[in-house]
Design a protein around this ligand. Structure first.
Ligand SMILES: [Fe+2]
Length: 267
């Protein structure tokens, strides 16, 4: 029998969770039948920086795998009752030409005017760079006259296994795997009441920055002369235990995922 190299993530969930490090797919999730979808390179053709590399490729490769609702049968009702989903995303290391592999990036719609749905991520294996980007707000005529600054706000959060990352309302977000050799595996808790919005990031050919394979940030040339405001942030303890367990223990604690206006401080 050939022994497969498995990444054991069972510390993060109340079932045995194993990922095959060769295929980057889940091979065991307790009694759950893991159902996934795969983001392929050509799904992301608009947001790839190195277009020369893209056209030189002959095949459409897999980039990352998304497992939705990876919850035990006995927990389904509780998650559904609170309109919360628990997902797992697996991003193996890869260069996309001159940049590190990343997710497509998206925004969430508003839960109520001025409050888009937030999201929380937890890194289970490897490292992730979370790039959060808030579009320029519409300025009133008065504000324009007063020359109020109108930058695009970005936040970059670097997270390792065990770290938790908050995506506050209003921010589009992409995740980068900044490693040459380690798979990034993360989970998230998010409202199950909406579909993500991919169009704005697609239209702008990605986020405002991309992470070059030489480990520097490169400005995306599609954002011509936009001003940028970079905010510093580090991972924060959103829950004092892994998300799944914290949800089972107190689902009310996650009410802000569907009612973001009840939370005052985000980052
Ligand atoms: Fe999201």
């Amino acid at each position: 029998m050939i022994k497969m190299a498995a990444i054991d993530l069972s510390n993060f969930v109340p079932y045995e969770l194993l990922v095959d490090s060769e295929t980057s797919k889940i091979v065991k999730a307790g009694d759950i039948e893991p159902i996934f979808s795969t983001r392929k390179l050509l799904d992301m053709k608009d947001v790839i920086y190195d277009q020369e590399w893209l056209v030189s490729l002959k095949e459409n490769i897999d980039l990352y795998h998304m497992y939705r609702d990876l919850t035990r049968v006995e927990d389904k009702e509780l998650f559904q009752k609170h309109n919360v989903r628990f997902d797992v995303t697996i991003i193996p290391p890869k260069f996309l030409g001159k940049e590190f592999v990343k997710t497509a990036g998206h925004f969430h719609p508003d839960a109520k005017e001025g409050f888009s749905y937030p999201e929380v991520y937890e890194v289970m294996h490897g490292k992730g760079l979370y790039l959060l980007q808030k579009p320029k707000k519409e300025l009133s005529r008065k504000e324009k006259k007063a020359k109020v600054l109108n930058p695009i706000e970005i936040i970059v959060i670097s997270a390792k296994a065990g770290d938790q990352v908050m995506i506050p309302p209003g921010y589009g977000h992409i995740t980068i795997n900044p490693s040459e050799d380690t798979t990034l595996i993360m989970n998230n808790l998010v409202s199950s009441s909406f579909n993500s919005i991919y169009e704005p990031i697609k239209k702008q050919r990605g986020a405002i920055y991309l992470y070059h394979t030489n480990k520097t940030w490169i400005r995306n040339p599609s954002y011509k002369d936009d001003k940028i405001l970079v905010k510093e942030a580090i991972p924060q303890k959103i829950a004092n235990k892994p998300f799944y367990e914290a949800f089972l223990e107190n689902p009310e604690q996650w009410k802000f995922l569907n009612e973001p206006w009840i939370k005052e401080k985000w980052i």
